[in-house]
Design a protein around this ligand. Structure first.
Ligand code: C5P
Length: 228
């Protein structure tokens, strides 16, 4: 898979995001624009980043009634982004409708299974039973049968999902921490090397690169670690 690293642009506004993106080479990585940055800076920022040559994963994790999610996915894809996502917890009717809305679009559509910030306590708190790995597998199965291109999953589940769903199902893994770095609020973390060898196609990495003194060097070190 070329360019497996997706850098999370979790900045409050476009100025900072653009300055940071200028330190990066679009031939080496992709960028993820999430809720904070998209809410403050919107489609104009996405367009600016795409003009600089970056593929954009628009991480808005839609979760609503099927019609609303489908329309939102269509609007997102029409910006020309590389990938958009929904929450698998929204169910198969919602995911199928989203898929239908992107039928004509090259934009990849994936689903979030369980957030990597959720440990067993949080999973129980919302009433989900069973082991996190089993819940993730069930939600991934629902995403696949709804026609989605892949899922977001933790590195801990990647091996199992890769084995179960084969090589054409895209696995995107956040919660990545090079060994020795701070886990922050992430609970189910994994090193870049182990996540890739477990079968992840793309690694979403935020703070370990964003907060590095030299982000490009941090990116290069991770690329080296995963053998690119
Ligand atoms: O800074 P850090 O590497 O923890 O950033 C991870 C990024 O991945 C954040 O933008 C977060 O919103 C996103 N993400 C996640 N867990 C998911 C889906 C997305 O951490 N299940």
């Amino acid at each position: 898979m070329n360019k497996p690293i997706i850098i999370a642009l979790d900045f409050p506004e476009s100025g900072e995001a653009i300055r940071f993106s200028e330190k990066l080479d679009p031939s080496l990585c992709r960028l993820k624009v999430g809720k904070e940055l998209f809410t403050s800076s919107g489609p104009l920022l996405v367009e600016t980043l795409m003009k600089k040559g970056f593929d954009i994963f628009l991480d808005l994790k839609f979760h609503d009634i099927p019609n609303t999610v489908a329309s939102a996915c269509k609007a997102a894809a029409s910006l020309g982004v590389w990938m958009v996502n929904v929450h698998a917890l929204g169910g198969s009717a919602m995911m199928k409708k989203a898929r239908e809305a992107l039928q004509e679009s090259p934009c990849k559509l994936i689903a979030v299974t369980l957030l990597t910030s959720m440990g067993l306590e949080e999973i129980r708190e919302i009433g989900l039973q069973g082991e996190p790995e089993d819940i993730v597998e069930r939600l991934a199965m629902l995403a696949k049968s709804s026609g989605l291109d892949g899922v977001v999953c933790s590195g801990l589940e990647a091996a199992r999902l890769r084995k179960k769903f084969g090589k054409d199902f895209c696995l995107v893994t956040p919660g990545i921490r090079p060994s020795g770095s701070d886990a922050h609020d992430q609970k189910r973390v994994m090193t870049p090397k182990i996540a890739m060898s477990n079968g992840s196609d793309y690694l979403v990495i935020g703070r370990p690169i964003r907060e590095a003194i030299d982000p490009n060097r941090a990116l290069e070190a991770i690329m080296q670690e995963i053998g690119r």
